[in-house]
Design a protein around this ligand. Structure first.
Ligand code: NAP
Length: 312
């Protein structure tokens, strides 16, 4: 096995991980960032980010994340993509990290592994995944030009992506299980004003139908108990996310949903392991919040690492 020791290893290349890379490399720490797929995280799947400060016209998510990555690499962070972490093991004075093939060691680790879209688990969802069932409107939306599509969910993501889909689709039905949306007021107002949006509150999906491709969805009106079927070619799921923490079970303390518990310095239950961004147990998940947490983690580690390096 090929073993390397770094000052900081960052797990995850979304906004939080890349910001940790920028701050860590600027402190001249030997910084390695390992990303499971390609850098950018969920932010890179967003067409237009309007609430990240400094871009009054908004900015494409992929473009913003490419800039984050260039900035981290520019200061010296080594970014390695397509490295999935299987195990994190705290040892005396260092932390060992394993992929299928490699072992890395670091004096400190910052976990920024983010989250993955939640599945509904209804009939047809898995079978028709990629055949009309999608978890990424930015990736698949353009395939639905002049077609009817449906979005499930009532949060910011469902509202934002439903609005994005109106650029292509003829009609976008948004169904939400409660009688009020969770999404920010600005999104709610835009949904109301958009003539292509058909908002169905108090509705739940029961099954996604179609032989080879999605052709309809069956849903239930929770107020009347009536079941109805509507014809759609695409179903986009935005019902929240699940944390990427499987590889950390039994290592750091998690909350009952699997998110990582930290203190205000972003330190987990294990010394020298920090957690930042969407994977952290908290209420507000935004890009600028993720960036702030990454900054706090690196600054909190700074004195320890300088002292450790002096002793090595
Ligand atoms: P979210 O805020 O957790 O909303 C998930 C939505 O899905 C909720 O409306 C929830 O209903 C619904 N839902 C959950 N499980 C369901 C089920 N089994 N069946 C039917 N509906 C279900 O998730 P999100 O919208 O993906 O956002 C995640 C985080 O990212 C949030 O903090 C959000 O603010 C942030 N975000 C921000 C932006 C932005 O600022 N531009 C964009 C996207 C996301 P209930 O409301 O009844 O619980």
């Amino acid at each position: 096995m090929n073993e390397t020791t770094h000052d900081i290893i960052i797990i995850g290349g979304g906004p939080a991980g890349l910001t940790a890379g920028i701050y860590s490399a600027r402190e001249m720490f030997d910084t390695l960032l390992l990303e499971k797929t390609i850098c950018g995280g969920l932010a890179a799947d967003t067409d237009l980010i309007e609430n990240y400060p400094g871009f009054p016209e908004g900015i494409n998510g992929r473009e913003l994340m490419v800039r984050f990555k260039e900035q981290a690499q520019g200061f010296g962070t080594q970014v390695v993509e397509f490295k999935e972490i299987k195990k994190v093991e705290p040892l005396e004075g260092k932390i060992k990290i394993e992929t299928d093939k490699e072992t890395y060691c670091a004096l400190a680790v910052i976990i920024a592994s983010g989250s993955i879209p939640k599945k509904l688990g209804i009939p047809g969802e898995e079978r028709l995944r990629g055949k009309g069932v999608s978890y990424c409107a930015t990736c698949d939306g353009p395939l639905y030009k002049d077609k009817d599509v449906l979005v499930v969910g009532g949060g910011d993501a469902a509202a934002e992506e439903a609005l994005f889909l109106t650029k292509f689709a003829q009609k976008v039905t948004l169904i939400h299980r409660r009688d009020e949306l969770r999404a920010a007021r600005i999104f709610q107002e835009r949904l109301q004003k958009n003539k292509k949006i058909n908002l169905l509150l108090s509705h739940i999906p029961l099954s996604i139908n179609g032989r080879d491709y999605v052709d309809s969805i069956t849903m239930k009106d929770l107020k009347t108990n009536e079941e109805k079927k509507i014809e759609v070619c695409g179903v986009f799921m935005y019902i929240g996310f699940l944390p990427n923490t499987k590889f950390l079970e039994g290592i750091v303390e998690l909350d009952n949903l699997g998110y990582i518990k930290t203190n205000e310095k972003m330190q987990t239950s294990v010394p020298r392991i920090y957690a930042v961004g969407d994977v952290r147990s908290k209420n507000v998940r935004q890009i600028d919040v993720a960036c702030g947490e990454a900054t706090i983690a690196v600054v909190s580690l700074r004195d320890y690492l300088i002292e450790r390096r002096r002793k090595l």
